[in-house]
Design a protein around this ligand. Sequence first.
Ligand code: FE
Length: 200
Amino acid sequence: MSDDPFIERLSQLFGEHGHRPYDGLRREPVTLLEHALQCGQLAEWADAPPTLVAAAVLHDIGHALTRQALQGDRVDDQHERTGAEWLGAFVGPDVTEPIRLHVDAKRYLVATDPGYAHGLSPASTHSLMLQGGPMMAGEVQRFEAIPWASDAIRLRRWDEAAKTPGRSTPTLAYYLALIGALREERRTGPRTHLGPLDVS
Ligand code: FE
């Protein structure tokens, strides 16, 4: 149990929806929870800052907030927007904005990295078309100018790689503690290297 209602709500959302196949009817070989944990792990392995690790873990929380994925897969569920907007009440833009942009980052990478499209899973390829397909040249330039674009691209590459059945990862509790610490830091300001009690 956490005394932070946001952490409690995240725990509840993953508890209720984490067992669902990732990406609805076009089943990926991992669940929503496994995908989130693998994505967080890849971010940590890449030495991402804790805010970007949190974004990696939470990037598909929009799927848990909407039942769209259960209803069908012929429309874009806009889960990146649902997730980022809900999270915005609890965490900063360094967490929400890479999440908001992670679908655009796929459209960007398909347009700019010839090898990337070949590595997309069938579900990602299917949703790409619903999400607008590869970016056009003007969109690519506009995307690159967004301050959070490079974080979103990093997140997107972990997203694609976080679909390995049976991979061992840290637990949800581990990542909820990391996100809880970020929240605490936002409330109290960053800790100095002396620590909060070192004030003789
Ligand atoms: Fe994802």
